[in-house]
Ligand binder design. Structure first.
Ligand SMILES: [Fe+2]
Ligand SMILES: [Zn+2]
Length: 408
């Protein structure tokens, strides 16, 4: 294979194009810079990315640095100080970089592109992630139970719709107990919680949770007192008798609300990223506590999570100077979340199962009145967030490899 051509070029790093164009490694240009402390590679889409010698050495994919299970054998803190690159060349679809500690670092070109950390690559990933989500969700995508059960394509369709819209309803679900767990298990075994593997949402005497009464429920996420709160919630409607007045469900996209708050009132947004709220479940049988901010941003200030569950919040434990600002910001965020113009409302019907991302789509229901034998019965369960994302990435690499890099 001919070596990559070396280029004395400056790179324009401001472009934010999708990074899906692949090219043979030997068609690409490399340029050693900073006295060998880094190399620039110009990809086929013209994006120019810097890779540091220390990064290339620490993440080397050769057989002595990584074993067959992809576990690291050579560790980042073993890299010598001031390591320099001596050469950059191409062998087939791999880049090879020799370093002055006598090693040859091997990197598949596709992997280098996937994990590039140039400004334009990162902006492109963020842009892609935001565009992929339909916000706020204004309709519920519907799928048939049979399509889900048919094969892997059905599972991928469900997960893709969930990741995009945050909510999916299945029709034609058999009226049998534990069907909800059967649906969940297409992705992963259910996440057991203090409520068991599956649970019935039905009005009963002395309820341990307002959900088990006919009272209304405000918009919330479930189980934020867990370190790993459920990623997906499933509600199979077993019964919802016609005569029942009220009991309609409504949903709000917390990510869309957070983006609106960030735009309208960045000072409130900032307070909610910084001050930790207390989420708890404290009663006769349970005492769970987890402190986390309502809005989580990453090291670039990009929104990565929302935590919102007013009925399950314990007393605020914040710095004195933050308390008043926190409650003002809280009110502003609640206003965005509860804005009627952005809510999704519908009445669940028997033989359907509504599934939604518990960490993005807030759920609620209106109070209802049932007389005599009338009943509203839902059976629910959860899928662990980690299980959902693990499966989503595996499916993405199979069915949509060009978008996988957006989910790190
Ligand atoms: Fe809930
Ligand atoms: Zn190596």
């Amino acid at each position: 294979m001919p070596p990559a051509s070396l280029l004395n070029a400056t790179c324009d790093t401001e472009t934010a194009q999708p990074r899906s164009k692949r090219a043979r490694a030997d068609e690409l240009e490399t340029h050693l810079g900073q006295n060998g402390r880094s190399v620039k590679i110009r990809w086929a889409d013209e994006d120019c990315c810097t890779y540091h010698a220390v990064w290339l050495r620490a993440n080397c994919m050769c057989h002595s640095c990584h074993d067959a299970s992809q576990q690291r054998l050579y560790l980042p803190h073993h890299v010598p100080d001031n390591l320099k690159l001596l050469t950059a060349s191409v062998r087939g679809d791999n880049f090879e970089f020799t370093t002055d500690d006598g090693h040859t670092c091997v990197h598949p070109a596709s992997r280098l592109q996937e994990f590039s950390y140039s400004e334009s690559s990162i902006v492109s990933r963020i842009t892609h992630r935001r565009k992929f989500m339909t916000m706020p969700v204004s309709r519920v995508p519907v799928m048939s139970y049979d399509e889900l059960m048919e094969g892997e394509r059905g599972i991928w369709k469900w997960m893709n719709l969930l990741q995009r819209h945050g909510i999916v309803t299945f029709t034609g679900v058999p009226d049998e107990a534990h069907q909800v767990a059967r649906i969940a298990s297409r992705i992963a075994p259910v996440q057991p919680t203090i409520y068991g593997d599956t649970w019935d949402v039905v009005a009963k005497a002395n309820p341990e949770n307002i959900a088990y009464s006919p009272l209304g429920l405000v918009l919330h996420m479930d189980l934020l007192a867990y370190e790993s709160a459920p990623g997906v919630q499933l509600l199979h409607c077993r019964r919802f008798d016609d005569g029942i007045i009220g009991g309609g469900s409504f949903f709000s996209d917390s990510f869309a609300a957070a983006y609106r708050l960030q735009e309208k009132a960045p000072h409130h947004f900032e307070v909610l990223t910084r001050v930790h709220a207390t989420f708890h479940k404290h009663n006769e049988d349970q005492h769970m506590v987890y402190r986390r901010p309502h809005i989580v941003i990453d090291d670039r200030g990009e929104l990565v999570a929302v935590n919102w569950s007013p009925p399950f919040e314990g007393p605020l434990q914040a710095k004195e100077e933050d308390v008043e600002a926190y409650y003002q910001a809280y009110k502003a965020f609640a206003k965005e979340i509860e804005d009627e113009r952005h809510l999704l409302r519908f009445r669940m019907s028997p033989n359907t199962c509504t599934t939604f991302l518990n960490r993005r789509i807030l759920h609620a229901r209106d109070e209802y009145k049932a007389v005599g034998e009338q009943q509203r019965v839902l059976e629910g369960c959860y899928i662990l967030q980690d299980d959902f994302l693990n499966r989503f990435r595996k499916f993405s690499s199979k069915y949509a490899p060009d978008t996988l890099w957006a989910y790190y």
